[in-house]
Design a protein around this ligand. Structure first.
Ligand code: ADP
Ligand code: MG
Length: 576
């Protein structure tokens, strides 16, 4: 008996639609992208009930002729590419000719469109993929696409939709992303008759970011850019010391396309590794402009994933660019007033045209170009941070060191500073550590939980200058510890403390390299707060902090210092 049959076109279309149109936000994304591709300068988005009932996208772009209009909802019909090779010289969002037919097959769709050169426009109406009519219309220039009753004919798909709240936040996210990377286009967004966003065309990306994220969040970002010929990077990173409880404020774009790429995101977390508190996240807006020839956007129907043919080089360059940005942040945090000045200068120098469509750009790519770019990277990014001319005033509560600088008061957290210094010294020496032997071997009895933690890290501890062996059930013998940790009074307390800090750190961050976690925790356990220290010791601590590569925070992300300008103090006393 024969069992195989060819599926009907209707079923094929519905199946294919599932790949592109997963939820209302997918429709919003596709329609906005079409409007951008049609060179719109203003886009209005209206949706009701989180898009389930109505989505409308109105643009002032090129519009379509009658023939293009009827072709636009056919599968694999596109005006954006002619043959396969065009994919590697792409300057549009679309190219698969799948969005409109997919939307069309799962909804009731109206498209009203008019080209500026035509006297009147056209209106198409379709239901479930069938054209019901095409008629003349008194439309204005541009295109409006109205999508109603999404998934009305695929109830199984409708069931998978989440709550209005969730679907709505997906839509908002899509709009946020596309409006950030296309800041020159004006966006108006209305949800259930309320204006959600009204952002006029911006000259600088900064303006759009302020519209989307607010001034406050914008102030906590710092700008970066670099140009490696075939790869340009620019964007914003959160300043050292600023972090967020979730990863919502993270945007990654490749050639203006919002993308997800775990590998690139991991690079950012790696950069912040030594300055982020547990369970906190950085904010970033990273825009990569890559020669389309080394980019494959056709990895997934939603085009959310991209592949690079020279992945290793690209990650190296991005790392370099971000690291530079982080190191350069030193001054702003230290000298608040100058920080302001520097930020303003940064944004002024920034050229908004850098990321215009890749059409009229000449790239020079060859593998030699890549190697050259990588060579140009000098790892010794100059540190502009300076604590040389600070004058120690004294100590507060045996914990804070107060210093006078030429423009204000600097307060250093002695504990955090010590931790940073010790951590960097330890890291530098980790392969060549001296051991401090205990006069008497110490036996330590641990709880079963503590014992499991310690056992788990025992090999690494012994590689890092400790000598600790199991001595019985939940009992360990300690013979020596790394000399670099200094005088450790009570080694048993130290180990217990160390295990505590370690469990806090590792429970949240399994990705963190084990060695570094251990070193961080050991440094914290070794440094004791509330230590009265002499003036000379304070001065040498400040000098050592000055020599650190990241003096502004301890390895666990707490700030090492805060700064108050003399002007701020004067204001408090109403002298100004
Ligand atoms: P793709 O964007 O991949 O080409 P779509 O199905 O999204 O495929 O759109 C099909 C075609 O319809 C596009 O190539 C374009 O020519 C035309 N089109 C769609 N939306 C618009 C619009 N808002 N303005 C002008 N033309 C449009
Ligand atoms: Mg499209």
């Amino acid at each position: 008996m024969n069992k195989i049959q060819i599926l009907s076109q209707e079923v094929i279309n519905k199946i294919a639609a599932g790949e592109v149109i997963e939820r209302p936000s997918s429709i919003v994304k596709e329609l906005i992208e079409n409007s951008i591709d049609a060179q719109a300068t203003n886009i209005e988005i209206i949706f009701e009930q989180s898009g389930k009932n109505l989505i409308e996208v109105i643009d002032n772009g090129t519009g379509m002729s009658k023939q293009d209009l009827s072709l636009s909802i056919k599968r694999h019909a596109t005006s954006k590419i002619n043959d396969f090779n065009d994919l590697f010289n792409l300057s549009t969002f679309g190219f698969r000719g799948e969005a409109l037919p997919s939307i069309c097959s799962v909804s009731k769709l109206t498209i009203i469109t008019k080209q500026p050169e035509d006297i009147h426009g056209w209106e198409l109406y379709s239901e479930g993929g069938e054209i019901i009519y095409i008629k003349e219309s008194g439309a204005k220039n541009g295109t409006s696409v109205i999508v109603k009753d999404i998934f009305y004919n695929t109830p199984a798909r409708k069931k998978f939709l989440k709550s209005d709240y969730t679907e709505r936040s997906h839509i908002i996210r899509v709009i946020e992303e596309l409006s950030i990377s296309n800041y020159k286009i004006g966006f108006t967004v209305k949800s259930d008759n309320k204006i959600v966003l009204n952002s006029s065309p911006a000259n600088k990306i900064d303006e759009r970011i302020i519209d989307i994220l607010g001034q406050h969040m914008y102030d906590d970002l710092t700008y970066f850019e670099s140009d490696y010929d075939f790869l340009k990077t620019k964007g914003f990173l959160s300043k050292i010391g600023v972090s967020y409880p979730n990863n919502n404020i993270q945007y990654l774009f490749v050639n203006k396309r919002p993308v997800s790429n775990r590998m690139l995101i991991q690079i950012v977390y790696d950069i912040y590794r030594d300055s982020l508190e547990i369970n906190r996240h950085p904010a970033f807006i990273i825009m990569l402009d890559i020669n389309p020839a080394i980019l494959d956007v056709n990895v997934h129907p939603t085009k959310r994933l991209v592949k690079f043919s020279q992945e290793k080089e690209i990650t190296e360059l991005l790392k370099h660019s971000l690291r530079n940005c982080i190191t350069k942040q030193s001054i702003p945090v230290f000298k608040l007033e100058q920080a302001h000045y520097i930020n303003e200068k940064n944004t002024r120098e920034y050229t908004p045209d850098m990321f215009q469509t890749s059409k009229n750009k000449s790239y020079q790519i060859s593998s030699a170009g890549l190697v050259e770019a990588l060579k140009k990277i000098s790892q010794d990014s100059k540190k502009e941070f300076n604590l040389e001319n600070v004058q120690v005033i004294g100590q507060l509560y045996n914990t804070y060191i107060l210093c006078q600088t030429s423009t204000g008061l600097l307060i250093i957290d002695q504990h955090a500073a010590n931790e940073r210094i010790l951590y960097e010294k330890f890291l530098a020496k980790r392969n060549n550590l001296n051991q401090q032997r205990l006069l008497f071997t110490q036996i330590i009895q641990l709880t079963p939980h503590e014992s499991t933690v310690l056992k788990n890290f025992l090999d690494i501890l012994n590689e890092l200058g400790f000598e600790i062996r199991e001595f019985g059930i939940n009992t360990f013998a300690i013979y020596s510890y790394p000399e670099i940790l200094g005088e450790i009074g009570n080694i048993n307390d130290f180990i217990k403390n160390f295990i505590n800090i370690l469990t806090e750190d590792t429970s949240q961050k399994p990705v963190l390299e084990k060695h570094e976690t251990i070193i961080k925790s050991a440094c914290r356990a070794a440094v004791k707060a509330h230590d009265k220290i002499s003036n000379e010791e304070m001065i040498s601590l400040i000098q050592e902090l000055n020599n650190c590569s990241q003096p502004l925070c301890c390895p666990h992300g707490r700030p090492t210092m805060v700064y108050i300008t003399i002007d701020e103090i004067a204001k408090k006393f109403k002298r100004q």
